[in-house]
Design a protein around this ligand. Structure first.
Ligand code: SF4
Length: 368
């Protein structure tokens, strides 16, 4: 069964670490976008009924409630099991929480990133741990207790002690799902660019070194496991039964359709995406033009490895895959990054930390 992804690319501020196609926009642009997003959904020819919905962006929790409910109503709801809304702390109110549940939302992903105020302030965020706690209570009162909390390991000024403080808060709030991302220095975030240029804005000179970030990650793996949330994917931890049904579709190569700016789609063989500019997206939809940015056929065998191996359960390669990827499999087994259990392959603990090295092995293996 397939999934639906919707992008609402607007935020109250642009966080320094963020490398998504998101940002601040005028009310006028936002209202136009909401109308065109609805138009794109309404013009979709539903060949299958979705099982999951995921609102990302951006900060979709800032979307006006009527427009949000209209967009939800435009999606066939008969088979929906999970409908997730990404929220930024500070954007949850009792009224909004009470409206999201009847609109169909049954899961919230809260982009906390850190419970330590000195760390969040530096990234442009304004929340405190107490605000997060209060907002989780509002969501629970509205009947939404299936919660994910996002954390980032490797923020400027983060220490093992402050990281433990964030993990203490996670234990105290006891969400059934936690995502831990390691901050990656790249051109796409303001903080990443600053660090690459050797400058100091946004605390770029206070970024913890790679081996310290790896230590934070391993500490989280241990503590979350002890708290009953084992790792089921490189960055994701859940109480059994609370794994993200929507995100599992990405890792098991199930189809999904995306609507909105920079939304990606996959039908089992073809991948395509929408343009990443909100203004151009609006202009195209207003002129009844396709918002697509391009498409490509996927090599599903290759993707089976570099997407499927992200899962702790690993993958069971087909006979053809065993022979096509014989050399990279043998190299990864010999280097101790992969382990084989009967017909399955999965990452070792070291492999989880060096997963990009493993995936790289499989990307350029020639088809036979
Ligand atoms: S991290 Fe979230 S809230 Fe911050 S700019 Fe990116 S999408 Fe917006």
């Amino acid at each position: 069964m397939a999934g639906v992804y919707l992008s609402y690319p607007f935020c109250a501020q642009k966080c320094t670490f963020c490398n998504f196609a998101s940002g601040v926009a005028s009310d006028d642009v936002q209202r136009h976008y909401e109308r065109m997003l609805l138009r794109e959904i309404e013009h979709h020819d539903w060949k299958w009924l979705p099982e999951t919905i995921y609102w990302g962006g951006g900060t979709p929790s800032l979307m006006p409630l009527d427009e949000f409910a209209d967009a939800m109503r435009a999606i066939p709801a008969a088979h929906i099991k999970e409908a997730t809304l990404e929220c930024a702390p500070g954007s949850v109110t009792a009224d909004r929480a009470q409206a999201w549940r009847p609109a169909g939302i049954n899961r919230v992903s809260l982009g906390v990133q850190s419970f330590v105020e000195a760390e969040t302030r530096r990234t442009g965020r304004k929340h405190s741990a107490e605000i997060v706690e209060r907002e989780l209570n509002m969501l629970a009162n509205a009947g939404i207790s299936n919660i994910n909390i996002d954390l980032i390991a490797g923020l400027p000024g983060q220490t093992l002690e402050s990281w433990q403080t964030s993990l203490d808060w996670v234990e105290r709030l006891a969400p059934p799902h936690v995502s831990v991302y390691m901050f990656e220095i790249d051109e796409d975030s303001r903080l990443g660019r600053e660090a690459l240029l050797g400058k100091i804005r946004y605390g770029a000179n206070a970024l913890p070194p790679d081996d310290t970030v790896a230590e934070f990650y391993e500490c989280a793996v241990e503590r979350l496991k002890s708290a009953g949330l084992p790792r089921y994917e490189i960055s994701n931890f859940a109480r059994p039964g609370f794994e993200s049904l929507h995100n599992l579709k990405y890792w098991t190569l199930e189809p999904y359709i995306g609507f909105g700016v920079d939304a990606h789609s996959f039908d089992g063989s073809l991948r395509w995406s929408n343009i990443d500019s909100a203004e151009e997206y609006i202009a195209r939809l207003e002129n009844h033009l396709n918002p697509g940015a391009g498409e490509s056929f996927s090599d599903c065998e290759e993707e089976h490895f570099f997407v499927g191996l992200r899962l702790a359960a690993g993958i069971e390669p087909t006979e053809h895959e065993w022979s096509r990827f014989k050399d990279p499999i043998e190299r990864s087994l010999a280097s101790g990054l992969l382990v084989q259990d009967a017909k399955r392959l999965r990452l070792t603990n070291r492999g989880f930390l060096l997963s990009n090295e493993v995936f790289q092995e499989f990307v350029y293996a020639p088809a036979i």
